[in-house]
Design a protein around this ligand. Structure first.
Ligand SMILES: *[C@@H]1O[C@H](CO)[C@@H](O)[C@H](O)[C@H]1NC(C)=O
Ligand SMILES: *[C@@H]1O[C@H](CO)[C@@H](O)[C@H](O)[C@H]1NC(C)=O
Ligand SMILES: *[C@@H]1O[C@H](CO)[C@@H](O)[C@H](O)[C@H]1NC(C)=O
Ligand SMILES: *[C@@H]1O[C@H](CO)[C@@H](O)[C@H](O)[C@H]1NC(C)=O
Ligand SMILES: *[C@@H]1O[C@H](CO)[C@@H](O)[C@H](O)[C@H]1NC(C)=O
Length: 318
């Protein structure tokens, strides 16, 4: 059992994030201005699902080994920096023994990290400010190496199960449903107290690890042969008193939400502003939108944000 890395790890995370944001945004963009037409969610600096491939069909009795993959979060930008504060990306790997081919399925944002973090504000045809969220996320199936090595993105591949082709197809059906029911990424598990409210949070997170852990659960539930005792998972936590539903038909409330997002917009800001804004956002998270598009007012409480990492029992079969 690991400790909660709250203020400390997040502060490091913020500083790093700041540098990425600066590198990505500062030189190319002028000062923030409200856009006058509906902007595009596409981030030209982000490639969704590189090495994407069609899902292959395997023989019914073929063996497909299933791996739990992890890599330091944002490894493509920061190498292993964030592993020191236990922040990881995770995915599921498949190894088809007969062809020796490997595949990855992962839950990924379609429009990059900055767009996930912050919506865009623009003026619509009647001259009013509208909020555009670009937090769309889908399952990406790709062909890539999974065993740690110089060519491989993932740094840890733990074998969790051995499936047959038939069982693999069952998992694909499960994944298709997951893909349809989890179309927006949510970074935080929002609750009052950790771990007391772990099972009854105000809002669930919907992130890459939620997917990989649900996938392992799906393997266990389908009776697939499990070969590992534990898998790891981390939680990004946001602490608040009970969120209150906001009536956005009241312009005072609506404008307050718009202002909250405008003040946070780091696109086009300089380094120091970006850092200040991200710190402000994480430690004073005033509004949150649920999956139905309703907005809630939060009352952040100590320790505001946190990251918790633990090992989960798989109840290994024999
Ligand atoms: C990334 O970190 C690993 C382990 O510390 C190191 O061996 C490697 O050289 C680093 N890669 C880059 C591009 O800095
Ligand atoms: C512009 O935005 C306002 C506020 O969300 C909305 O009430 C209005 O219908 C929108 N107008 C158009 C033309 O989309
Ligand atoms: C998930 O759904 C998107 C469309 O919403 C589709 O493009 C993608 O291929 C699906 N992924 C999987 C693994 O089924
Ligand atoms: C795509 O596949 C090639 C060849 O297997 C590999 O070298 C490369 O690292 C892969 N790219 C990603 C992003 O996984
Ligand atoms: C990979 O992760 C597992 C837990 O999922 C851990 O037991 C193992 O030590 C890790 N291996 C490496 C090389 O980090």
């Amino acid at each position: 059992m690991q400790t909660i890395f709250s203020l400390h790890s997040f502060t490091i995370f913020l500083i790093i994030l700041c540098f990425i944001s600066c590198a990505t945004f500062s030189p190319k963009h002028e000062k923030v201005q409200t856009k006058v037409e509906k902007p595009s969610c596409v981030d030209p600096n982000y490639v969704y699902c590189p090495n994407r491939t069609a899902i292959p069909s395997f023989g019914e009795s073929d063996q497909i080994d299933i791996y739990y993959l992890t890599a330091p979060l944002l490894k493509h930008m920061l190498n292993n920096t964030l592993s020191h504060v236990n922040l990881y990306h995770s995915a599921i790997g498949f190894h088809h023994l007969a062809s020796d081919k490997t595949y990855v399925i992962e839950y990924a944002v379609n429009n990059g990290f900055i767009n996930l973090l912050e919506p865009m504000i623009y003026l619509n045809a009647s001259g009013q400010k509208e909020i555009l969220h670009c937090d769309y996320a889908t399952l990406c199936f790709s062909h890539q190496p999974i065993f740690p090595g110089p060519e491989t993105y993932y740094t840890n591949a733990t074998k969790v199960a051995e499936a047959t082709g038939t069982e693999f197809n069952t998992l694909l059906e499960w994944s298709k449903k997951y893909n349809l029911t989890h179309q927006a990424y949510r970074l935080f598990l929002v609750l009052k107290q950790w771990p007391n409210d772990k099972e009854t949070p105000f809002f669930d997170s919907v992130d890459c690890m939620d997917f990989t852990n649900s996938f392992v659960d799906a393997c266990i539930e389908s009776g697939i042969h499990i070969v590992t005792e534990k898998v790891r998972r981390d939680y990004s936590l946001l602490f608040t008193l009970k969120p209150e539903l906001v009536d956005i038909s009241n312009p005072v409330n609506y404008n307050e939400i718009v202002k909250f997002y405008e003040e946070l917009d780091i696109r086009g800001s300089d380094t120091w502003q970006i850092l200040k804004k991200i710190v402000k956002m994480l430690y004073n998270f005033k509004f949150m939108r649920d999956m139905k598009g309703n907005y809630y007012r939060l009352t952040p409480i100590m320790p505001f944000v946190g990251n918790h990492y633990e090992m989960i029992d798989t109840h290994m079969s024999n």
